[in-house]
Write a protein of this length. Structure first.
Length: 259
């Protein structure tokens, strides 16, 4: 399927590795000119070179921290009129809420809620004026099915979800859609860190806990980031203009609910 987005311009945040990287790859394969942002310059540049080599797309690498005002300004200067915005930021660390003070909560809210809102604010009116826009926020399966040791993530990402639920209903008539992708267990550094934390808590080896994680999923495995990237690309497609304000759970069937 031709997704109808060749020649569009995209910003993909936290795109040097993991799910952000996968989204950038999938968009680039569709002919999108991609600006990727992340904090670690050498890893980011390597990712940009890999995407260029494998897709032939134009890729701009912007080393910055989008959770800061300076970082957001830098990436928006590099791509001032994005047609596509993929919001993504590393999740806060796991732990017990008794260990977290105000500083930890404010950091989580800034990184996983406020940053996405401010990037949308900076981009959405231009999308409306051009009569095309796609915003995809990478949140977490924890929005749908809270994870006990990820309280900072549960709270911050749920806050973003509530904000998007209202905003998305005001932009759809302009062909600007805003949706959330909720990843479960995908083979990323973040996922491996969480598995390691659980293994230590339960007195298991990392390998034992990883095997348990895979066995517990109805699919019998964890997700391939490329699968996630392709789902993101579809939500950014011309064909997805009637989909907005939705939360798409990609977790191999782990969530046991009907709705």
């Amino acid at each position: 399927m031709d997704l109808g987005i060749a020649g569009k311009k995209a910003i993909v945040c936290a795109a040097s590795k993991g799910l952000g990287r996968a989204c950038a790859f999938s968009l680039a394969r569709e002919g999108v000119e991609v600006t990727i942002a992340a904090r670690t310059k050498d890893v980011l540049e390597a990712t940009a070179a890999d995407i260029r080599a494998k897709t032939g797309a134009k890729v701009h690498a912007v080393a910055c921290d989008v959770t800061t005002e300076a970082g957001r300004s830098t990436v928006l200067k590099a791509c001032p009129a994005p047609d596509i915005l993929v919001n993504n930021a590393g999740g806060p660390p796991p732990g017990d809420f008794r260990e977290w003070g105000e500083a930890e909560w404010l950091k989580a809210l800034n990184n996983n809620m406020v940053t996405a809102i401010l990037l949308i604010k900076a981009s959405v009116d231009g999308m409306i004026a051009r009569r095309f826009g796609r915003v995809v926020n990478i949140t977490s399966a924890a929005v749908k099915h809270p994870i006990w040791n990820l309280g900072l993530s549960n709270g911050a990402r749920a806050g973003l979800t509530g904000f998007i639920a209202g905003l998305a209903r005001t932009t759809g008539k302009h062909n600007v859609t805003i949706n959330n992708l909720l990843p479960g267990h995908f083979e990323t550094d973040r996922m491996r860190a969480n598995v390691r934390f659980q293994a230590e808590k339960l007195g298991r080896t990392f390998e034992e806990q990883m095997a348990q994680t895979k066995a517990a999923n109805p699919s019998g495995r964890v997700g391939d980031p490329a699968e996630f990237g392709d789902a993101c690309a579809y939500l950014c497609s011309a064909q997805a203009g009637f989909i907005t304000g939705q939360n798409f759970l990609l977790d191999g069937g782990a969530y046991p609910g009907t709705l």
